[in-house]
Design a binder for this molecule. Structure first.
Ligand SMILES: Cc1cc2nc3c(=O)[nH]c(=O)nc-3n(C[C@H](O)[C@H](O)[C@H](O)COP(=O)(O)O)c2cc1C
Length: 138
């Protein structure tokens, strides 16, 4: 039996200063609905300045979803961190998990990392590995 190829992709973007809880909730609802249909899974991290998202699934579905997301006016400066094939999904049960990374002691490391990567325009292989590990720890 042939196994379906899977890929995983991560990006970081800038959110607008006026991004509200309701905006994020709306994005999350839309993401969960579409991703359930497209068999896309992953997680969306939000801070007061950035979105960082991991998408996984069949390559065509992941690419199409990413292209729609890139054009979305609710964020800007969408930068790819990594894109690669994977043997199995990391978040098989989440059509889109949401984690709001707030400025709390619990999240301060995660917030610092997202903020640091949010300043960058390009990502080295090492930085991509570091981000990949960060998603593993969620
Ligand atoms: C930060 C962010 C994350 C998003 N994540 C997803 C996603 O995982 N899946 C998805 O289909 N749309 C996602 N969207 C929404 C898409 O950009 C786009 O609005 C949507 O896919 C269009 O769907 P519709 O044709 O059902 O309106 C996201 C948007 C933003 C700003």
């Amino acid at each position: 039996m042939t196994q379906t190829a899977l890929m995983q992709l991560a990006y970081i973007s800038d959110c607008h200063s006026g991004t509200t809880h309701a905006t994020v909730a709306g994005i999350h609802q839309q993401a969960k609905r579409n991703n359930a249909v497209n068999k896309v899974t992953g997680v969306l991290l939000t801070t007061d300045k950035h979105f960082m998202q991991l998408l996984e699934g069949e390559p065509q579905q992941v690419e199409q979803t990413y292209q729609r997301i890139r054009q979305d006016a609710r964020h800007s400066n969408v930068r790819l961190i990594f894109s690669r094939s994977i043997a199995q999904r990391q978040f098989p049960n989440w059509h889109m998990g949401l984690k709001r990374v707030l400025d709390e002691a619990e999240h301060s490391d995660l917030q610092a990392i997202i903020s640091m990567y949010g300043q960058r325009e390009q990502f080295s292989a090492q930085q991509a590995d570091a981000i990949s590990l960060l998603f593993t720890s969620l």
